[in-house]
Design a protein around this ligand. Structure first.
Ligand code: AMP
Ligand code: ZN
Length: 308
């Protein structure tokens, strides 16, 4: 197969586009895809400072790399989640990436705040992924607001979005479907815009891009993700994609074009202000502060029981 752009021997075949690319042209193609997604969905304006949420995995590091190449002013935000060796490796990869390129990076260690994900999940008996999601949402908004960033970019890719869409459709989660967009505008002065510039790039394309750009990333999945329903949906979609290339892109793209505009988010009261942390909340305390409070109470009880 020959490269679609320059006719040199192709190194990557993209079956969903019925095209092959050599290394240089694939890098160009990938960056153009992201550039177009940003422009079409009006995710970012050139002079804005973007806070990039970086996990140390291929998607968010590839995203950071592309945003730099496209000329955006960026700062990385990494949450060290306290999930054993997995988190240590993730943090090391993120720090190395930022140092090699001289990029600003904010790192927050949850373990140092007594909020390591396995601890809060164990103490409050919540699923680790749910506790982890609450922490991420809170810190992404809070740090963006405190440091003056109008927007947070995450590395969610096409496979993530297709799997989430399948889950939402299987359960007809109308409110989640109404909010499943590549750009989410803030609904409160202490929320910021969230954007997903890689939403049209498949996991495979992102992995190839990271490899071709020499990005060193954490390959392991989060140990908590094993058996997660999201992985089953991804497997199913991969089977569909193998039989019918382009299925994932059509599924997500046509949803956004045809179904999404017909869904209006349910009229909910605007959020109040959390009395614990000042962030938006539906109730006196936000989800994060409830989780922290519950953790503190159970930890104190456990310590008291240990002393008795
Ligand atoms: P996940 O929820 O693991 O599928 O990750 C989705 C996106 O959230 C990633 O592409 C990152 O942009 C962001 N993210 C995930 N984990 C972290 C983390 N520990 N620190 C900062 N950003 C993260
Ligand atoms: Zn709060």
């Amino acid at each position: 197969m020959k490269c679609k752009r320059c006719k040199a021997p192709a190194e990557v075949e993209l079956r969903q586009h019925n095209a092959g690319f050599c290394r240089a042209c694939f890098i160009f193609y990938f960056q153009r895809q992201v550039e177009r997604a940003i422009a079409k969905e009006r995710m970012l304006v050139p002079e804005e400072s973007v806070l990039v949420a970086v996990s140390g995995g291929k998607d968010s590091l590839a995203l950071w790399d592309v945003l730099i190449e496209l000329g955006y002013r960026t700062t990385g935000l990494h949450l060290s989640l306290g999930i054993g060796a997995y988190s240590d490796h993730s943090t090391a990869k993120t720090v190395a990436f930022a140092e090699q390129r001289g990029l600003p990076l904010i790192t927050v260690s949850l373990a140092e705040q007594g909020l390591a994900v396995p601890d809060i999940a164990g103490l409050t008996r919540r699923p680790a992924c749910s506790a982890c999601g609450t922490m991420k949402r809170h810190y992404f908004d809070q740090l963006a607001i405190d440091r003056g960033f109008p927007v947070v970019a995450t590395g969610h890719n096409l496979d993530d979005e297709a799997a989430r869409l399948l889950g939402n459709v299987l359960h007809w989660q109308m409110e989640h479907l109404a909010r499943q967009r590549p750009v989410l505008q803030p609904t409160h002065e202490r929320f910021v815009r969230k954007v997903k510039p890689l939403f049209r790039c498949s996991e495979y394309e992102t992995a190839v891009y990271a490899f071709m750009r020499g990005i060193s990333y954490v390959v392991d999945e989060c140990p908590n993700a094993a058996g997660a329903t999201q992985l089953l949906y991804k497997e199913l979609l991969n089977r569909l994609e193998a039989e019918s290339p382009g299925s994932k892109l059509t599924f997500v793209q046509e949803f956004l074009h045809k179904a999404q505009p017909a869904l209006t988010p349910a009229a909910v009261e605007p959020p109040q202000t959390c009395t614990g942390c000042g962030m938006p909340s539906y109730g006196e305390l936000c989800g994060f502060c409830r989780l922290v409070r519950e953790t503190d109470i159970r930890r104190a009880r456990r310590q008291a029981a240990g002393r008795a």
